[in-house]
Design a protein. Sequence first.
Length: 273
Amino acid sequence: MRKPKGFMFDLDGTLILSNRALGSYDAIPGAAEALAQLDDLGVPWIALTNGSAYASRVQAPRLRAVGLPVPDEKLFTPNSVAAKVIGDAGYERVLVLGTDGVSEALTELGVTCVSPDDPDHAGCDALYIAWHPDCSMPHIHAACEAAMAGAAVLTASDVPFFATKEGRSFGYSCAINGAVARVTGVEPQPTGKPSAHALDFIANQLGIEKEDVGIVGDDATAEMQMAREGGAIGIAVTSGATSTEEWAAQPPGKSPDLVIENIGELVDKLGLR
């Protein structure tokens, strides 16, 4: 397989395991050392999570608190990608189904956010569905109304599960996406992994071509499908949601180029020294 010129790392199951409430983190063994090795070798890397609950400036210090050398400027979320998609398309008002942290992150990136609880939420030209554990039926109603009125429908993630310390946990945005699509017939367009938007964003941040990016993660859909569809290099870990046996059973469109136990093996397995 080709040797990557830079790397994108997933968070949950690859660098960390959180609890289901996303309130505490444990670094996966070997992760801190691998990131430090890449820094010493001058190999560029970023982390891109499909989690949208927090802005990078909030989440990155929590990663550093458990020993992971992740600067704020190297951590990105689907909100980071969504802000670019929204800006490029010229959407002016975005109805956001998400926590306050989602809206705060988007606002910091220049997006005008509108809450479904705002009496004046009609007339938005885009809808963004993200991490929203307190989503209510009135919120789903507002989202469906926006979609049926012609708003562009975006979502942080449509991946159903992510790895936690307590086992697999389902993604709220995926569940909300299903409700909106069932009612309106409009399928939300992901901005996070495995979207082409996300891979373009990653390559741009790393300053390399897409085919030279090593996509490192624990999810066959989020990371490996993105690598396959975009011509990047897929590197799977077994430290999260997918076992060695499950990786071996993946179809061609989701199969990795390399499987390792955790990213502590990355530098040696790829011969990067």
